[in-house]
Design a protein around this ligand. Sequence first.
Ligand code: HEC
Length: 141
Amino acid sequence: MNGAKSIPKKLLQLIILTVLLVYGCGEQPVTYPARLMPDGLMQDVAQLQAGQALFRSKCASCHGKTSEGRYDRAAFFIPPAPDFTGAHYREMDPAYLYWRIEVGKTVEPYRSQGSVMPAWGAHFSEKKIWQLVAYLQVRAH
Ligand code: HEC
């Protein structure tokens, strides 16, 4: 083995390994279909109330506050279920929220992470999913 040549090769292997590890363990960018929230939805009180009612009946058991009926076991989900009060949800792409409600844990990387988020696409109309998205963004503060 030629010592002088093998050092750079090992260095190169180390660099490749580091890049793979950093990339593999970091936040992966996810891709989802582009969608536009219907115009005026965020200002439509009736639709926001419909979203809130849906949230309370179908989502609050995992995503709500204790006063909204959050399960005790929801505290132990890994990954955890956000309560959507974080201000960043206001800035988030509505198309991402729509997609997550639609497909839940059925897609990567959420499936491998052991997510318990149900996929609601087969249960809710497009209109209802948008009502939920709008409510989540209004809920954020
Ligand atoms: C059985 C518990 C459970 C129920 C019920 C549930 N979720 Fe989730 N949800 C989760 C968990 C856990 C996560 C975090 C893991 C993930 O992103 O998949 C999550 C993630 C999400 C996300 C992505 C959040 C983010 O920051 O990326 C959205 C959006 C969402 N849920 C919306 C809803 C809506 C709307 C409902 C009701 C129609 C609902 N969920 C019902 C458990 C639940």
